[in-house]
Design a protein around this ligand. Structure first.
Ligand code: ARG
Length: 269
């Protein structure tokens, strides 16, 4: 009798947890008043750009996207579909575009169209405070975690060799950092704002974020579209307006606490 009760409680708890841990969070904007509605995909495991907070997708990208869509006069639905599936979903036109801290590069440009750049980034090494790693060259001979299919992976492969067995690839950045905390990898290479955010928010974890401008290049993020998307011109115009109007700086300050280098960004466009 008692056993049955315990089992029922455990089962109920499991069902409740499963219900809120859903990977398919979706959120919708606007009033729907006859505007064109676009479907947008993301991988919400990349704070402070996009992450799940109390069942909602939040972050710098989410606020920026909202401002851009308002400016473009588009209604939208944002879906958390994960990093690898995101590229397939854009290519297969299951979504109209993606926002996910996605770096614009020549390789991706062969398959996708990108908006004008909206954020400058570089890579950083996340490692334990007491680690002997001081720069990117120190990663040689170490086990290094990256999110699979990211420019972080490409940067580490360039340093250590593409076939190097010491490069451990993870589905997302959250699990890569968890493996670092558990001692599975010696370092994680990820985008600088993500590394800094993690260190700042988790002082108890005793991690350090190391920059290395000699070995890590500068990159720019863009919204990613299927090739030939007719949304791109409209969205590009809206991005430029959001950057020039001061709205971009407002959102940037909310998430990063300082002023963005808007001139540098506009120079890229
Ligand atoms: N900027 C890097 C890239 O484009 C990493 C982006 C990862 N974004 C994410 N939401 N998981 O490859």
């Amino acid at each position: 009798m008692k056993k049955g009760f315990v089992f029922a409680v455990v089962l109920a708890l499991f069902v409740a947890l499963a219900g809120c841990g859903g990977k398919t969070a979706e959120q919708t904007s606007g009033s729907g008043g006859g505007k064109q509605k676009v479907t947008i995909g993301t991988d919400a495991s990349f704070a402070p750009f996009e992450y799940m907070d109390k069942g909602k997708i939040v972050g710098f990208d989410v606020d920026f996207l909202d401002a851009v869509m308002k400016e473009a006069g588009l209604d939208y639905e944002l879906k958390n579909i994960g990093w690898d599936p995101l590229f397939a979903a854009v290519q297969g036109k299951e979504v109209d575009l993606a926002i996910s801290g996605i770096t614009i590069n020549d390789k991706r440009k062969q398959t996708y169209d990108f908006s004008v750049p909206y954020f400058e980034s570089t890579h950083m090494i996340l490692t334990k405070e007491d680690s002997p790693i001081k720069n990117a060259l120190d990663l040689k001979g170490k086990v290094v975690g990256v999110q699979n299919g990211t420019t972080g992976q490409a940067a580490v492969e360039k340093l250590l060799g593409a076939e190097n067995k010491n490069i451990k690839k993870f589905e997302n950045t959250v699990v890569a950092i968890m493996d670092l905390l558990n001692g599975g990898v010696d370092a994680v290479v990820t985008d600088n704002a993500v590394a800094n955010e993690y260190v700042k928010n988790n002082p108890d974890k005793k991690l350090r974020a190391i920059e290395d401008p000699t070995n890590f290049e500068s990159e720019f993020y863009g919204l990613m579209f299927p090739k030939g998307s007719d949304l791109k011109p409209k969205v590009d115009e809206a991005i430029k307006k959001v950057i020039k109007s001061g709205k971009y700086a407002e959102i940037y300050k909310k998430w990063f606490g300082n002023e963005p280098n808007v001139d540098n960004l506009l120079k890229q466009q």
